[in-house]
Design a protein around this ligand. Sequence first.
Ligand SMILES: Nc1ncnc2c1ncn2[C@@H]1O[C@H](COP(=O)(O)OP(=O)(O)O)[C@@H](O)[C@H]1O
Ligand SMILES: [Mg+2]
Length: 330
Amino acid sequence: MKKTVLPTVKGYKAVELLGSGAFGQVFLVEDELKPNQLYALKIIDPNFFSDQDMYEAAKLELPVLDQLNQKISLLGEWPENIVQYIKHWEDNGTFYILMEFCPDGSLDGIISAHRNPKKKFREDYIKAVCFQIATGLSILHAQGCLHRDIKPENLLCVQPPILKIADYNVSKFVEKSKMAQSVTGTERYMSPQVQMGQDYGKLCDIWSLGVILLEMMTLKKSDEIWRKNNAFIFNKQHYEIPKYWAQEAVAMGYSKEFAEFVGKMLETEESARMSAKDIIASGLFDEIHKERTKQSGSVQPDKKLLMEFQQVRIKLPVLKVISCKKNSMK
Ligand SMILES: Nc1ncnc2c1ncn2[C@@H]1O[C@H](COP(=O)(O)OP(=O)(O)O)[C@@H](O)[C@H]1O
Ligand SMILES: [Mg+2]
């Protein structure tokens, strides 16, 4: 395996490579002035990219983060289901994005640990994931931000089990009720409208969340969510297939109520699809709400879930190097 060369960054000591994606590398760094203060640092170095266009595309995350920071700082506290952005700067053509460090891998790692060997997720565990991501999305959407690349690799984990939305590279702010049109994101998680290049709004992210929940229920890989009867079907006529898997999940032991709920995130037409706000407000999460209220407003999922997350954690390397493939369609 190629050895990672740790970068030299003024003011920070690079500790190790956390991940490498299409848009740069992310390192664990320690603040030189405050030892033990750890951060994740995304580095957009022109030398990392084989073509200039990718470097330019990677830089698109910077204005999104500025806008996100500006809007979120008006809310007071930084929401816990969104990775905290701290600052960015430039040095000689290399851009640096400093963020909160999420030490416990990503939802992708958690799902893989269940897939092999096959270990079914409990329904309340999947509900807790759904609730947390919908909470993060409801805040982004209320600020007019479409994330556009919701997938397990971009949902990072911090103990106690809190999932946080990361990676704003292809995100976009739109004015209220305005739509976006560009085809961007990761194909297997893209909503029908995004795939077809039609107008779409914030509900594109809900479709992606629906695909993730199906992956957890069926333990299928996201491309298998698009197959039925062994045929690989991934074209415009077959947007109904993911919803078919939601129905199949009942035979796998999930409640009809929850399966139908997930099905409503996978409605082909945006007008029929649930919003993040609808998801949170539904009665399905009453247990989680009760648990939150008991703990005087602090956001803690129930103890059983905490234990299960910890069990999963033991099986996972704590820091996983994931190489993700972005869709090149832009
Ligand atoms: N804040 C963070 N804490 C821990 N690991 C991170 C953090 N941000 C990113 N990573 C790791 O780096 C990977 C790539 O980062 P990401 O922002 O998703 O870049 P890309 O746009 O290239 O996919 C992530 O999938 C994750 O494994
Ligand atoms: Mg990513």
